[in-house]
Design a protein around this ligand. Structure first.
Ligand code: FMN
Length: 176
């Protein structure tokens, strides 16, 4: 009974820079817990969020390759930071600088879920990433994720050797 996706509208929701949007998922990305601020910003109630797949706030401007890199990292047990454009229930968007962490079983040490903390993104980061993400999404429509991964790597190479998407995110965040 997934309701239809909202229609995106070109209006930004500004975040409070003293607050974090927090959520926790199982290993499949189903939301198992979240804070009140997540509900407030996304426009969904906590009841709607808990039990839903995390792509409930996915924005169509986000390229698949970013989520692929994200999942590759966390499934291999590494934390990652990523800047994501999300969509609220009413179709407005909000940008978040997100830190992902692994939750492990205390005894077996196996990954039992993931946690994400999100805060406001500077206007500079949005200015760099908005056109990049839109371009990658367009490239994906034509040539799939292989093509967008290649384009992303080309973009990253312009920033210097061995730059990965998550250290690019860290760098631009530290810089601005
Ligand atoms: C802890 C955690 C938090 C996530 N937070 C977001 C988020 O804020 N926005 C988002 O679009 N995807 C988020 N994801 C990724 C989604 O699970 C999903 O991979 C993504 O929305 C792409 O959806 P799709 O695979 O249906 O295209 C998160 C995943 C995890 C594990």
């Amino acid at each position: 009974m997934t309701p239809g996706r909202p229609t995106p509208i070109d209006e930004e929701i500004m975040l409070d820079n003293t607050k974090y949007i927090e959520s926790e998922t199982d290993t499949h990305g189903t939301i198992v817990d979240c804070n009140d601020y997540f509900a407030e910003i996304s426009g969904y109630t906590k009841d709607e969020l808990i039990g839903a797949p995390h792509n409930i706030v996915r924005h169509p401007d986000m390229p698949k390759i970013v989520f692929k890199l994200l999942w590759d990292r966390i499934q291999s047990g590494h934390n990652i930071t990523a800047v994501i454009k999300n969509m609220a229930k009413d179709g407005r968007y909000y940008w978040v600088f997100t830190h992902f962490e692994i939750i492990r079983d205390i005894n077996t040490k196996e990954i039992k879920g993931y946690r994400a903390y999100r805060k406001m993104v500077s206007p500079h980061i949005k200015k760099v990433l908005d056109p990049l993400y839109k371009r990658l999404t367009e490239i994906e429509k034509e040539g799939g994720m292989e093509a967008s991964e290649k384009a992303l790597n080309e973009f990253l190479r312009e920033g210097g050797d061995h730059i990965t998407l998550d250290n690019l995110m860290e760098e631009i965040h530290r810089f601005y």
